[in-house]
Structure formats: structure tokens, C-alpha cells
Design a protein around this ligand. Structure first.
Ligand code: ADP
Ligand code: TRP
Length: 322
């Protein structure tokens, strides 16, 4: 069975971009592939300096994934820091990683431009990410488009290692869905917690309505024809519509007569309805932290035994073991 793996950093409340870009495509593959999902807490250390904040974010992202339908009977769900083999593997990978490969990474440049201190950990982040993926011998990695370059770095590192030391690693394929590759935020840029333009999936319904009403649209009059391809409100609506509804709204945009405020109202109510059952499940999980910890402990046990196998092969290949 195909192994599918993805991870998310525990660095704040989950938003529509996280959900449609990564969580939903990953969770849809539960049962079809051998799914591994993890909380990238070693990664989060590059940007979350407060220990209490980190602890609380780790728990909350675990709860949110389980609330959104992660089934621990089908999916191996774990914390990255429960698998120390990943950090050892990242060292073995780092010695075959050219500096230039990391120097080209947009994500590092974007992060320092946003004021995150440029630590060595932040710079070598893609090597740790490669270790996450390669340790579990992942075939496919569902992520949003912003992670595409990191996947290319992973493939490059794995290829170099295999070339030098023999076939140790599986070369993973990125799984990026075109229709949700970039979910726009309420200001029309990519939705991201660092741009302060998110709609959080578990915000309370009033806040969701307020945010939706603030989605930036152009000033075309109601009766004028509109271009659905250039409207972030349309792009967000599409996430909550079936194909017929999507085509119908596109036709109404082109014909003219669509009032943005009516589309916003409808969108807000669809977002609230869509997440309502997850919200109920989330309340139950919040009342049961021991269950959440037990799921992560069991996931770690399974993931760790996988990582140990890979690490053993890698240590042998480089000459640390015979
Ligand atoms: P943020 O940009 O809010 O910090 P992360 O970088 O933590 O989000 O992203 C976690 C996952 O969610 C990644 O797989 C990423 O590709 C996906 N993702 C984040 N924002 C979006 C978006 N606007 N559209 C599509 N996918 C996204
Ligand atoms: N870098 C990813 C992000 O910021 C999170 C991540 C870490 C990840 N390791 C991974 C995603 C391995 C997929 C596979 O969103």
C-alpha cells in the first residue's frame, strides 16, 4: 500500500488554507493508503520561543486534527519530537546537502524578511523536513504549493544520498491539488497566519461572519459582469460548493447581477455549517486530554519502529555500522 505522509507545524490556530491545502487532501486518503500524519514540533522551535505556548499549540493541533476526522485506527498520528531518529537522520542527510540548495529556498528568505531570527536551525529546516519524509519511506506527500520547493529539496537530497551510498531512500512525489494549491486570505494574498488574513476553522461563528464580510472585492457595480477567475471571494466560495453550484455562480458572475454581499452571506453560513460537526467533536476531545495523549503515544510507537529501520539502513550505508 502506498505510504502517504504529511506534517504540520503547531504554530497557531488552523485556518481554511491549512484545511483545504493540506488536511482535507491528506484525510481523504485515509484507508486508501498507509497514512502518516505528524505534528512538526521540532520545526516549530524555529519560530516559537515560548515553551508554554509551544505545549499548548501542540495539544491544540492534535485535538483539531482528530476533530476534523483523523481516525487513529487508520492513520499513524504522532509528534515529530517523539522520533529522535529523525534528528539523527537529518545529520546524515546534511553532509550530502549542498549549501547552495538551501540558499535557494524561498521559505527561509520569506521568514527572515518577516523578522524571524535567521538561526542555523531555520536555515537547515528543509534538511529536517527531508528526514521526516525519508525516515518513513513515504511515497507521496500532500501539501499546499508553498511546500513544493521543500519537496524538490527532499528529492534532491535523497537522490544524492542514494547515488553516493546505494539505494537507501524512496524518492517521494509531491501531491499538490491544483484547485486548492493556494487558498486566498481575506485580503486576496495567500491565506497565512503570518499575513493576518486568515479565517480560522474553529473561530466562533460570529467571528467567521465578520471575517467573511471583510473579504476584499473589487468595486464593480452589481449589474456589471465580473471575472470569477480574479475574485478571491469566488475562490473561497468554490471550496464549499459542488461542481454544479460552482459553474452556476461562475455563469452568474460573467452575466452580471451578482452582489458580493449576498455571496459573502452565503459563504459565511456554509463555512459555519461545514465545520459544525467538527466543532462538536472538538469540544468532546478538549474534555478528554488523556485520550489525545494516548493516540499520540501509540502513533509514536509505530512511527518510531519505521524510522529505526530506515536509520539502520542509512547508518550501514554510510559506514557507521557493519
Ligand atoms: P501558514 O502559512 O499559515 O504559516 P503553514 O506554513 O503552517 O501555514 O502551512 C501548513 C500546511 O498548510 C502546509 O502544507 C501548507 O502548504 C498548507 N497551507 C497553508 N496555507 C495555505 C494556503 N493559503 N493555501 C493552500 N495550502 C496552504
Ligand atoms: N514545512 C511544513 C510546513 O511548514 C511542515 C512539515 C515539516 C512537513 N515536515 C514535513 C510537511 C514533512 C510535509 C512533510 O507546513
Amino acid at each position: 500500500m502506498k505510504r502517504i505522509l504529511s506534517g504540520i507545524q503547531p504554530t497557531g490556530r488552523l485556518h481554511l488554507g491549512n484545511y483545504f491545502g493540506m488536511m482535507k487532501p491528506a484525510l481523504e486518503q485515509q484507508g486508501q493508503g498507509d497514512l502518516f500524519l505528524f505534528i512538526a514540533d521540532y520545526h516549530a522551535l524555529t519560530s516559537v520561543p515560548d515553551p508554554d505556548q509551544l505545549r499548548s499549540d501542540i495539544h491544540s493541533v492534535a485535538v483539531d486534527f482528530l476533530a476534523c476526522g483523523l481516525d487513529p485506527g487508520k492513520t499513524t498520528f504522532y509528534r515529530q519530537s517523539d522520533i529522535p531518529e529523525v534528528t539523527e537522520l537529518s545529520w546524515l542527510l546534511s553532509v550530502v546537502t549542498p549549501m547552495g540548495l538551501l540558499e535557494r529556498c524561498h521559505s527561509y528568505k520569506d521568514k527572515i524578511a518577516r523578522g524571524i531570527p535567521p538561526s542555523q536551525g531555520l536555515f537547515s529546516y528543509p534538511v529536517l523536513m527531508a528526514a521526516d519524509i525519508l525516515a518513513m519511506r513515504s511515497d507521496a506527500v500532500p501539501v499546499g504549493r508553498d511546500q513544493k520547493q521543500h519537496l524538490e529539496v527532499t528529492r534532491d537530497i535523497a537522490g544524492r544520498f542514494n547515488l553516493r551510498y546505494g539505494q537507501v531512500f524512496v524518492i517521494p512525489e509531491p501531491d499538490i491539488r491544483d484547485e486548492v494549491a493556494v487558498v486566498p486570505g481575506i485580503d486576496g494574498q495567500k491565506m497565512s497566519k503570518s499575513y493576518n488574513n486568515t479565517i480560522e476553522i474553529f473561530a466562533d461563528p460570529d467571528e467567521i461572519r465578520r471575517k467573511v464580510m471583510r473579504i476584499v472585492t473589487d468595486s464593480t457595480p452589481v449589474e456589471a459582469p465580473k471575472d470569477p477567475g480574479r475574485c478571491s471571494l469566488f475562490a473561497l466560495f468554490r471550496l464549499f460548493a459542488d461542481e454544479d453550484e460552482h459553474q452556476e455562480l461562475a455563469a452568474r458572475y460573467r452575466a452580471g447581477g451578482v452582489a458580493y454581499s449576498a455571496v459573502k452571506k452565503e459563504l459565511a453560513s456554509r463555512i459555519v455549517d461545514y465545520f459544525a460537526p467538527f466543532r462538536r467533536k472538538r469540544e468532546e476531545l478538549l474534555a478528554n486530554p488523556d485520550y489525545v495523549q494516548a493516540v499520540l503515544a501509540e502513533g509514536a510507537r509505530k512511527a518510531r519502529s519505521e524510522a529505526q529501520k530506515t536509520l539502520k539502513a542509512a547508518r550501514k550505508a554510510v559506514g557507521l555500522e557493519s
